[in-house]
Design a protein around this ligand. Structure first.
Ligand SMILES: Cc1cc2nc3c(=O)[nH]c(=O)nc-3n(C[C@H](O)[C@H](O)[C@H](O)COP(=O)(O)OP(=O)(O)OC[C@H]3O[C@@H](n4cnc5c(N)ncnc54)[C@H](O)[C@@H]3O)c2cc1C
Length: 442
């Protein structure tokens, strides 16, 4: 069947086997494990795919200590349904709740609290991996450490993650104490991030079309889990309220070129203008704070049937302010308007192969159109010259050299993949493109 991940690019013809409870490898030749397909590129695509979505049970929940164990195909929205009513929250969550726990580990995802709480796997106690030999191996930061390190952010190339145990975060309520501050340009935005480094959650949206003194203007959102005494009467009646199922679905693929400079400018002006005061304070539910995009199902159709690319990179402090300015200049010069431009702060992360490093990360969406790939190749060079790198889980097109230059442990990663996955049984279109595995079948 034809299958694509969230960006609808690339689309591949694939044979899909649903992993259930067999403990057996589903294919004897190259395949890749897939969670909920929320990565943006080709890292969970190949001609043969093992889908984990039916392997999705909660296995254990230590309510006293906040430790949760589930099968890897369980999605975060379902984890939330179990933990939130008991006063616990995810330690780290990406901008959508529709990813699987296995996908969270394989990409070692980050959230709006990276500077504070690190990545998802910093909270993983242990995991079970079905390896290339057919053996199930338990690994953690104390047991089979090298395998754990290589699986964490290892994009499914060491084996199939079957189950995961992770620690949760205690909450009094499921509401967020949110401050939203307007920044008139990128310098002010960066200053606001630095001044608010002690905020647990921070994220900002940038208007990428502004020039001059307003270049990089935006809104920064800061958040803390709200205490019971901060809730209003209505919120206080159900302080551990869960998210609701989304009721709106984007109906059809939008016509070509719907997201262009004019529509993005209109959106940006309205979004920036909707907050009249410099700063607003509110207590809101976790769903719109962490997952605003989940409110509209299939919102990826807005980019039309050719799909889009999400481009996410990080630039280390020292280079990041000037670097971001240069990237924004380049985007405007080239005429590629991105409606979704998200800036986040990263703290230290000394993992083996994970994406974050201390600095700022920017994520942008670009609808696919003529010239985009060449433009992004040029942008890649700029990011690498600034000492930065690109996020594998958002990638569908970067060159092998870009990955090897950006990730200091790339060579060792290749060596370890060969060690744990000697015949490249676990192999994706991305890993073949980046030279992490080699194609073994036609
Ligand atoms: C709207 C949106 C917002 C996002 N925001 C963020 C964000 O803020 N931060 C962030 O870090 N990411 C973010 N992402 C990306 C997303 O969190 C990751 O791509 C995540 O890995 C997707 O998980 P998935 O279950 O959909 O896995 P897939 O997309 O199916 O697979 C992703 C990778 O995980 C591997 N994998 C999946 N399951 C397993 C398994 N059981 N065993 C071994 N390997 C496996 C795949 O082989 C592949 O390499 C966002 C994505 C979307 C669509």
């Amino acid at each position: 069947m034809k299958i694509a991940n969230w960006s609808n690019y690339p689309i591949v013809d694939s044979q899909i086997s649903s992993y259930t409870d067999s403990g057996k490898l589903p294919f004897s030749e190259a395949f890749i494990t897939r969670g909920n397909g929320r990565c943006y590129g080709d890292s969970s695509l190949n001609n043969q795919i093992a889908s984990m979505l039916s392997y999705n049970k909660a296995l254990e929940f230590d309510i006293q200590n906040g430790v949760f164990t589930c099968q890897a195909g369980m999605t975060l929205d379902r984890v939330l349904e179990i933990i939130v009513p008991n006063g616990w929250f995810l330690p780290v969550t990406p901008g959508t709740k529709f990813i699987s726990v296995g996908g969270a580990v394989a990409s070692n995802v980050h959230g709006k609290n990276h500077h504070y709480d690190g990545c998802f796997n910093d909270h993983v106690v242990s995991l079970d991996l079905l390896t290339a030999s057919g053996e199930i191996v338990t690994c953690s930061s104390e047991e089979n450490v090298e395998l754990f390190e290589t699986t964490s952010g290892g994009m499914g190339l060491t084996g199939m993650i079957l189950q995961v145990t992770f620690r949760l975060k205690k909450i009094e309520s499921s509401f967020i104490d949110q401050r939203s501050i307007k920044a008139k340009n990128l310098d002010e935005l960066v200053d606001l991030f630095r001044e608010n480094e002690n905020a647990t959650y921070s994220v900002s949206w940038i208007d990428c079309l502004q020039t001059g003194k307003s270049k990089g203007r935006g809104l920064i959102l800061l958040g803390e889990h709200a205490r019971i005494d901060q809730l209003n009467t209505k919120q206080g009646k159900n302080p551990l309220k869960l998210h609701q199922a989304s009721k709106v679905t984007f109906p059809l693929n939008a016509p070509p070129n719907s997201t262009n400079k004019i529509t993005v400018k209109a959106f940006n002006t309205a979004y920036y203008g909707k907050q009249l005061s410099k700063e607003q304070h509110s207590i809101i539910h976790y769903d719109p704070f962490f997952y605003p995009l989940d409110a509209i199902l299939k919102w990826n159709r807005i980019y039309g049937k050719k799909g889009f690319l999400q481009y996410q990179f990080v630039i280390p402090f020292g280079q990041s302010n000037e670097g971001m300015q240069r990237v924004l200049d380049k985007i405007r010069e080239y005429g590629h308007a991105s409606p979704l431009v998200v800036l986040k702060l990263f703290g230290k992360q000394d993992d083996f192969i994970s994406f974050p490093m201390e600095g700022f990360t920017l994520a942008l969406d670009f609808p696919i159109r003529r010239g985009l790939f060449e433009f992004l190749d040029a942008l890649d060079k700029m990011i690498l010259d600034l000492g930065g790198r690109h996020y594998l889980t958002k990638d569908a097109r970067m060159a092998k050299e870009t990955f090897f230059k950006g990730y200091p442990n790339a060579e060792e990663f290749v060596r370890r993949i060969k060690k744990y996955n000697p015949n490249y049984l676990f192999s994706s279109l991305q890993s073949e493109r980046l030279g992490l595995t080699q194609k073994t079948q036609e």
